[in-house]
Design a protein around this ligand. Structure first.
Ligand SMILES: [Zn+2]
Length: 489
C-alpha cells in the first residue's frame, strides 16, 4: 500500500510519513479518562481527535486495534507520588465502594462519548484489572537495575536510567532543569532523588484500594498501567500512542523510561498529542475548577453557557481547529459552529435532488483531492471542513439553477461529501437531542393537529378521526382542550 498519511511525531518534533509496523494492521493506544468525575469539554478533545484518526486509518484500509484505557487506580493528586487516590478519596467522601464511583462515571462517560459520535475502542482495559501485569513490569525494571525498593514502595531510578539512556527524550527537558523545578513533596524521604517516580506504593492503613505484591500491600504508580496494558494488547512494539499534550510530562516520559528499562527498547513508534481546550486562555481542567461538563453543554445548565449545545455542535467545534492548536471556548464560537454545521446539513439534504446537466459550469472536482490532502497532512480537519464548505457553495448554486453539473460530477460529489462528513469526520445527522430536528418534529405534529382541527370545523369526521387514531397508534396522547389539541409522546 502507498502510505499517504503524514503525522506529527512528538518524539522527533516533525511530521513523518506513517508506515505501520505490520501492515495492514495498526496498533493504537490512547490514554483514557480517570473516572472520578463527569467528563468535561477537555475530555471530549482527545476522544474526538483519536476517533477521527481511527476513522481515517480505517478509511485508508488499515485494520486498527484501538486500545483506550480507563484509569481507575493509582492516579494521585498533583501528579505527586504521594497523596490519596482520586477515586478512593471520592469513595470515602461519598461513603461508597471505589468501584461504585468508577462504574457510575464510566457509564456516564460511555453515554456522552456515544452522543459525541465517538466510536468505542476495540479494547478498553481497566488499570484495576491489570495489577498482575503491572507487578510483572515493576519486577522486570527491578531485575534490570533501574528501580529500588524503599520502605515497601518501589521507585524508578531516574539518575541511573539517564546514565544509560536519556530521560526527557519526549518532552525535551533535561535532568538539571527538572531538578531545579521539582518541589519537595511528601514521601520524598523514601526516594534517592526527587525526580524518581513511584512504580509501586505501599498503601497507608486507611487506603481502600490495595493489592498484595512482593514489596507490600499497595497499588501501582500511575504510569505503570499504560506501559503494561499497551504491551499486553499491542505487543512490545506498536505504532501510535496518543493523548493530551498535558500528558507528555511526566506521564508519557515515564512510560518511555519504563518501556526501555524493562525491555531494552522503546515500545512506541509515533507519539501524537492533542492540544488543550482553553477558557480565556487558561487550560480547562478539573484541577483548575474552570471546567464545564459535557452534560452541562448538552442541557445548557451552566452560568457560562448562553444556551444548550447539541453534541454534534461540540464535535464540529472541536474539528474546526487543528488538533495541535488550542481551542478557546466561547458561546460565540459555539453558536458560529452550530450555524456552520446547519449549512452543511442543508447542502447534504440537497444532494439527492440535484439535477444533472449535459454540460458543466462548476469546478468542484477537486473536493476529494482537497479532503484527502488535508487529512494526509497531519489530520488537518479545518481544511477538510473548508473544502466541504466550498462544495456547499457549488451544491447550492446547482440547486438554485445558477450553475450546472454533469451526472458524473454529482455522483462523485455525493460520494466524497458524505464519506467525509459521516465516515471520516464522524458527524451524525438528526441526532436525538439535536435542536433543529426536535423543533421540526414538533412543528410537523402541530401541523397535523391543525389539519385535524380544520377537518373538524368542516365536519369532516373521517379525516379528523383518522389523524387522531393514527397518531394514537404511533404512541401520541392527544388531549382536546378548549384552546385546541395538546399532544405528548
Ligand atoms: Zn496513559
Amino acid at each position: 500500500m502507498q502510505h499517504p498519511l503524514h503525522i506529527y511525531n512528538t518524539l522527533s518534533r516533525k511530521k513523518e510519513q506513517f508506515v505501520p509496523l505490520h501492515e495492514p494492521f495498526v496498533g493504537l493506544y490512547v490514554c483514557g479518562p480517570t473516572v472520578y468525575g463527569d467528563a468535561h469539554l477537555g475530555h471530549a478533545r482527545p476522544a474526538i481527535t483519536f476517533d477521527v484518526l481511527v476513522r481515517y486509518l480505517r478509511h485508508l484500509g488499515y485494520k486498527v486495534r484501538y486500545v483506550r484505557n480507563i484509569t481507575d487506580v493509582g492516579h494521585l493528586e498533583h501528579d505527586a507520588d504521594d497523596g490519596e487516590d482520586k477515586i478512593a478519596k471520592k469513595a470515602r467522601l461519598e461513603k461508597i465502594e471505589p468501584m461504585e464511583v468508577v462504574q457510575y462515571y464510566l457509564t456516564r462517560y460511555h453515554r456522552e462519548m456515544d452522543m459525541l459520535g465517538v466510536l468505542p475502542p476495540s479494547i478498553e482495559p481497566m488499570a484495576s484489572g491489570h495489577i498482575i501485569e503491572q507487578i510483572a513490569l515493576v519486577k522486570q525494571i527491578l531485575d534490570n537495575g533501574y528501580a529500588y525498593e524503599s520502605k515497601g514502595s518501589v521507585y524508578f531510578d531516574v539518575e541511573k536510567y539517564n546514565k544509560d539512556h536519556r530521560y526527557g527524550i519526549l518532552s525535551g527537558r533535561n535532568i538539571e532543569d527538572m531538578l531545579s523545578n521539582t518541589r519537595t513533596l511528601d514521601g520524598q524521604d523514601e526516594k534517592r532523588q526527587p525526580l524518581d517516580f513511584a512504580l509501586w506504593k505501599k498503601a497507608q492503613p486507611e487506603h481502600i484500594m490495595r493489592w498484595p505484591s512482593p514489596w507490600s500491600d499497595g497499588f501501582p504508580g500511575w504510569h505503570c498501567e499504560c506501559t503494561a496494558m499497551g504491551r499486553k494488547y499491542l505487543g512490545d512494539s506498536f505504532d501510535i500512542h496518543g493523548g493530551g499534550m498535558d500528558l507528555v510530562f511526566p506521564h508519557h516520559e515515564c512510560e518511555i523510561a519504563q518501556a526501555v528499562a524493562s525491555q531494552g527498547k522503546e515500545m512506541v513508534r509515533y507519539w501524537m498529542h492533542n492540544n488543550m481546550i482553553t477558557v480565556n486562555g487558561q487550560k480547562m481542567g478539573k484541577s483548575l475548577g474552570n471546567f464545564i461538563t459535557l452534560e452541562q453543554f448538552f442541557t445548557g445548565e451552566h452560568e457560562s453557557l448562553a444556551q444548550a449545545y447539541a453534541p454534534m455542535t461540540i464535535r464540529f467545534f472541536i474539528l474546526g481547529a487543528h488538533y495541535r492548536g488550542t481551542v478557546d471556548f466561547s458561546n460565540e464560537a459555539l453558536q458560529a459552529a452550530e450555524k456552520a454545521l446547519d449549512r452543511l446539513w442543508e447542502a447534504e439534504a440537497l444532494l439527492d435532488g440535484l439535477k444533472a446537466s449535459e454540460e458543466s459550469t462548476t469546478n468542484c472536482d477537486s473536493l476529494q483531492k482537497d479532503c484527502d490532502e488535508a487529512m494526509n497532512d497531519d489530520l488537518n480537519t479545518p481544511k477538510v471542513l473548508a473544502a466541504l464548505f466550498e462544495a456547499t457553495k457549488a451544491i447550492n448554486a446547482v440547486h438554485n439553477g445558477q450553475a450546472k453539473m454533469t451526472k458524473e460530477q454529482i455522483e462523485s460529489l455525493k460520494k466524497t461529501f458524505r464519506t467525509y462528513l459521516f465516515d471520516v469526520l464522524g458527524l451524525v445527522k438528526n441526532q436525538e437531542g439535536d435542536h433543529s430536528s426536535q423543533e421540526a418534529f414538533s412543528k410537523a405534529v402541530d401541523l397535523l393537529l391543525n389539519i385535524r382541527a380544520q377537518a373538524k370545523s368542516n365536519k369532516d369526521w373521517a379525516t379528523s378521526d383518522k389523524i387522531r387514531d393514527e397518531l394514537t397508534a404511533l404512541g401520541f396522547k392527544i388531549k382536546d382542550t378548549k384552546d385546541g389539541a395538546e399532544w405528548s409522546l
